[in-house]
Design a protein around this ligand. Structure first.
Ligand SMILES: Cc1cc2nc3c(=O)[nH]c(=O)nc-3n(C[C@H](O)[C@H](O)[C@H](O)COP(=O)(O)OP(=O)(O)OC[C@H]3O[C@@H](n4cnc5c(N)ncnc54)[C@H](O)[C@@H]3O)c2cc1C
Length: 383
């Protein structure tokens, strides 16, 4: 069987996962470019139950690990108007024992790095790439004065992707006014495997379990409000909003702040390059969708390369099929998550009507709740 050379640029969680997953194919040699990442200790990712098997097939990871929390329920508390509305979702509604597994990015990364170091099928080049020359015949990567030739380049180099920019793939990128603060809290009550999302006019506060009496916090608000809430004021704020669910809350940890933004591209490939993960799509952190979307990019590439082993992986048959197969899923998540985000952050009469209809429908109709949950969990195949 002919052997092909595939490069993956970017060794974040998506790049490393892609390298390990594709290394199961015996007709490709993988080169992974980039420095291994260092993650904030407060950053966690809820991996949907439907995506978890992908990790199980490449690293030593187990749902019963004490460092992984099962998310069985989520509660949306809508406080956009004076009267509070509450929506409860339980994984039992889908006859599942949980929706997702929450894990610290630092732990997931460590496991991926360990496995990459062991893999015989992956060459890891611990350098950033400087440039890329991509045409229909071949693709050449420049790094540190050296040049490597590849049949296909998979860009996993994040939201500022050099591969995307050098290939002039046009991008729609919107920086929202808000920032995202992440930290971790201790609480006196057990979280009951529940994630709480408090929607307010112009802000969002989410807690996601990390151990029996700790939860990760994702707090989105305008930068001035975030700046004002330092030290005790921040802890008081968490107590005011989450105290009735989680008991007495304390946090003596620091926090990290990220910009809130969203990004999508007008196509997912050009010549012999394809885009995956945040080089192709960035969405606000609501409903555990971002990384999971990237994991589905990886599954599609794997299936294509596995089904067409005798075809050059950088040929248009593969790259355009990838674009075709991923387009609608990415577009749907991008639109729905951004609509939900904007309806919270930019609360006007039109958004109020849309939200109100949505909330009432979800409270009353079991069928619609089920459709939404199945869609969020990707239980139905995306076309
Ligand atoms: C607060 C927050 C909470 C979130 N929670 C969830 C969640 O619960 N569930 C979920 O599914 N998603 C979640 N997400 C989204 C998820 O974190 C991202 O989708 C994911 O981390 C993106 O990974 P990535 O590997 O695509 O990008 P990155 O992590 O940005 O990795 C890109 C890598 O490319 C490297 N790179 C860049 N340039 C070059 C170069 N020239 N050469 C070589 N390498 C290069 C970088 O060094 C980096 O390591 C959340 C996001 C945020 C901000």
């Amino acid at each position: 069987m002919k052997q092909y050379k595939i490069a993956i640029v970017g060794s974040g969680i998506i790049g490393m996962t892609c390298a390990l997953y594709l290394s199961k194919l015996n007709n490709i040699q993988i080169t992974l470019y980039g420095k291994f990442p260092k993650h904030s200790d407060y950053k966690t990712t809820a991996i949907l139950k439907t995506s978890f098997n992908l990790f199980k097939s490449i690293i030593n990871i187990n749902e019963d690990d004490e460092n992984i929390q099962k998310l069985k329920k989520f509660k949306i508390i809508d406080q956009l108007r004076s009267s509070e509305k509450i929506l409860d979702f339980d994984s039992f509604e889908l006859e599942m024992d949980c929706f997702a597994y929450n894990i610290k990015d630092s732990l997931l990364s460590d496991k991926l790095i360990k496995q990459i170091k062991k893999s015989k099928n992956i060459i890891h080049i611990d350098e950033f790439i400087n440039s890329i020359n991509n045409n229909l015949q071949e693709v050449i990567i420049d790094y540190k004065g050296k040049r490597n030739h590849h049949d296909l380049v998979i860009a996993a180099d994040g939201r500022d992707s050099i591969v995307r920019n050098k290939n002039l793939i046009s991008v729609e990128r919107l920086k929202y006014q808000e920032n995202i603060l992440i930290t971790e809290i201790d609480h006196s009550k057990h979280h009951e495997n529940t994630s709480y999302e408090i929607h307010r006019n112009g802000s969002l506060l989410t807690s996601v379990p990390t151990s029996n009496n700790t939860s990760a916090i994702v707090y989105i608000d305008n930068p001035e409000n975030i700046k004002k809430k330092n030290g005790r004021i921040l802890t008081d704020y968490f107590n005011q909003l989450l105290g009735s669910y989680l008991g007495n809350i304390e946090t003596n940890r620091t926090h990290n702040i990220f910009p809130s933004e969203t990004l999508r591209v007008n196509k997912l490939y050009t010549n012999r390059c394809i885009l995956i993960g945040e080089s192709a799509h960035v969405i606000p952190p609501i409903g555990a969708q971002g990384l999971n979307l990237g994991l589905r990019d990886i599954e599609v590439i794997y299936n294509l390369l596995n089904s067409y082993k005798n075809i050059d992986p950088g040929s248009k048959i593969i790259t355009s099929k990838y674009n075709h197969l991923r387009w609608s899923d990415i577009y749907k998540r991008y639109k729905s998550v951004n609509l939900l985000y904007q309806s919270m952050m930019n609360y006007n009469f039109k958004n109020f009507i849309i939200r109100n209809i949505g909330m009432i429908t979800l409270q009353k109709s079991k069928t619609i709740r089920n459709v939404l949950l199945q869609e969020g969990m990707v239980l139905k195949k995306n076309k």
